[in-house]
Design a protein around this ligand. Structure first.
Ligand SMILES: Nc1ncnc2c1ncn2[C@@H]1O[C@H](COP(=O)(O)OP(=O)(O)OP(=O)(O)O)[C@@H](O)[C@H]1O
Ligand SMILES: [Mg+2]
Length: 238
C-alpha cells in the first residue's frame, strides 16, 4: 500500500483555455496526516480541492490517490464544500444518510428509504461529533457549529480515506472553530487523511502538520506548520 494519500505532479488548469488558475503544482501528502492549504483569495485553493475531488479535470499533470491513478472510489473521498452543501429542510440525520448514497442507491436516497443498518451507522457518525441529540432537528434550526458537525458526519458516513474540507470552520467564532477542529482531528484518527483550506493561520499552525502555500496558482512553499510565523504570513498575504 502506498505511504501517500495524495501525489500530484505537474498540475495545470485553465478553464476554457483561458488564463491558468493552477500552474505546475507538485504535491505529496502523507497518509493519515493533516495538511493545511493557505493562500490569498483567488490563489486557487478551491480549484485544487475540486481537482483532488475529481469534480474538475486538469489540462496537464496527474493526481494519484493512495498510489492509484484516479482509481480511488469516489465515496472514499469526503468533500466538505465551503457552503457545506446541506439540505436545510431535512433533518441532521437525513443529511448524514445522504453520505451513504453510494451504498443505498440514488433513488432510495431521494425517497428517503434507508436500511436500518445505515440509520444505525448515521447515528454513530452523529454521536462521534456529539450531535446525536439533534438527529431529528431540521438543519435550518441548527447553529453554524452544529451544521459544520452535520457536514463532518455526512463525510464520515462515506467511510472516507481522505477528507477535503474547504474553508473549514470559516464562518464560526474562534472558540467554536477550535473546538470543531479538535474534534475533527480526534475522529479522523490515524486512518483518515485530512486536507483543509483556511484563512485562519493559527488553525493551520495548531492543527496541521504541514502547510502548503498557494499564490496566484503557484505552490510557493511547503513548510512544517510550526514554522508559520509573522514573516511567512506577510510573505503570503502581501
Ligand atoms: N471555472 C472557472 N472559470 C474561470 N475562472 C475561474 C473558474 N474557477 C475559478 N476561477 C478563478 O480562479 C481563481 C482561483 O479561484 P479559487 O476559487 O480556486 O480561489 P481560492 O483560493 O479558493 O479563493 P478564496 O480564498 O476566495 O476561496 C479565481 O480568480 C477564480 O475567479
Ligand atoms: Mg476557495
Amino acid at each position: 500500500m502506498s505511504e501517500y494519500a495524495v501525489k500530484i505532479s505537474g498540475l495545470w488548469y485553465s478553464p476554457n483555455g483561458g488564463d491558468s488558475i493552477l500552474k505546475g503544482i507538485d504535491l505529496t501528502i502523507k497518509r493519515g496526516s493533516c495538511t493545511a492549504l493557505i493562500g490569498p483569495s483567488g490563489s486557487g485553493k478551491t480549484t485544487l480541492f475540486k481537482m483532488i475531488g475529481r469534480l474538475i479535470k486538469p489540462n496537464k499533470g496527474y493526481i494519484s490517490l493512495h498510489g492509484l491513478h484516479s482509481d480511488l472510489k469516489k465515496e472514499k473521498l469526503g468533500y466538505i464544500p465551503q457552503q457545506l452543501g446541506l439540505v436545510r429542510s431535512k433533518t441532521a440525520l437525513e443529511n448524514v444518510l445522504i453520505g451513504a448514497h453510494s451504498r443505498i442507491g440514488f433513488i432510495d436516497t431521494i425517497l428517503g428509504v434507508f436500511p436500518t443498518k445505515e440509520v444505525d451507522n448515521a447515528m454513530k457518525c452523529l454521536e462521534m461529533v456529539n450531535l446525536l441529540h439533534k438527529a431529528n432537528e431540521k438543519v435550518y434550526h441548527l447553529s453554524g457549529g452544529e451544521r459544520q458537525r452535520v457536514a463532518i458526519s455526512r463525510a464520515l458516513m462515506q467511510g472516507p480515506d481522505i477528507i477535503l474540507a474547504d474553508e473549514f470552520v470559516s464562518n464560526l467564532d474562534i472558540a467554536t472553530a477550535r473546538e470543531i477542529m479538535e474534534m475533527m482531528i480526534k475522529v479522523k484518527g490515524k486512518d483518515i487523511t485530512l486536507i483543509i483550506s483556511t484563512h485562519d493561520i493559527s488553525l493551520a499552525r495548531d492543527f496541521s502538520e504541514t502547510t502548503v502555500i498557494l499564490k496566484n496558482g503557484i505552490k510557493i512553499d511547503e513548510i512544517s506548520s510550526s514554522e508559520l510565523d509573522n514573516n511567512k504570513i506577510k510573505e503570503v498575504f502581501t
